[in-house]
Design a protein around this ligand. Sequence first.
Ligand code: SAH
Length: 340
Amino acid sequence: MKNIKDYNLDSLKEEFINMGEKPFRAEQVFKWLYEEKVKEFDEMTNLSLALREKLKENYTMCNFNILKKQESSDGTKKYLFDILDGNAIETVLMSYHHGYSLCVSSQVGCKMGCKFCASTGIQFARNLTSGEIVEQILAVEQDNNIRISNIVFMGIGEPLDNYDNVVNAIRIINNQKGINIGARHISISTSGLVPKIYKLAEENIQCTLSISLHATTNEKRSSMMPVNKLYPIEELLKACKDYINKTNRRISFEYALVKDNNDNLEDAKRLVHLLKGMICHVNLIPINKIENGAYTKSSNENIMKFRDYLNDHGIVATIRRELGSDIDAACGQLRRKNLR
Ligand code: SAH
């Protein structure tokens, strides 16, 4: 059966026309799904009984079950969702003074193999569909009776390795008749799939692009992130410049500071040199420890020195607040729990 939440508004209208229904019915269904957040077709009371039956016969609503929920002392909540095929994914809700931010997964497992990330080493199972990406938002909003204002694609998976479903999900999330979260409040984080960055620049979506950079030489970056062997730093930054030129959007560079590895003054100098002249922001992350991980967090002193060096040399840099580390919900700590 098809998942009704896999469709953006235009494709749902086409689907309805093909069923012999008027396209405005698709708008009504959209409203029920994303404004009223109903869980059954029978709750869509302005549709005829016959249409509701037809929808029930042909589509699922893909309502996830919560397998596990953990709450951190800082209020961060981590969800383990049963995604209805025996697989499970994690989603993290963070609370900031400006609202709620949700960290969503884009794949079941990840193929990128970054050495410092807990999602590595779990066998890749499959891409999530658009509806499954969207459902993470609906399920968390329903469970907490809140409205989420920011979405970050920083959960399990490489979003640009599931390009079509992620972009389609963003169209549903962004649509005013859908979940209605402004594109500027949606961030895609990538390990650096260069051809997909060029493609994303052409989509006419104003979302924020985050690049997981983490190192300033190809040697070091390749040792942390195998993807760098395919798309080295120069090519990655060239694609970023194209993204900035085409979208006029500032790029965010993620840089996880590892003790005695990428956190010294030479690295800071090289980083300034690499990013000079780009409209960007550097997000420094004290690296989070993972099971058997070889990487250790830099000292607070080094982290602050690194930040100050960047700021003093014209690169805006901030240190990311660490949320949820006590429940393994911080960056890089998510892993798919195998159910079978
Ligand atoms: N695949 C995408 C999105 C998922 S990872 C990407 O690579 O960007 C989300 C962010 O967490 C990325 O910036 C990633 O580099 C970072 N990250 C992964 N493991 C981490 C760890 N152990 N400590 C801190 N950040 C980590």
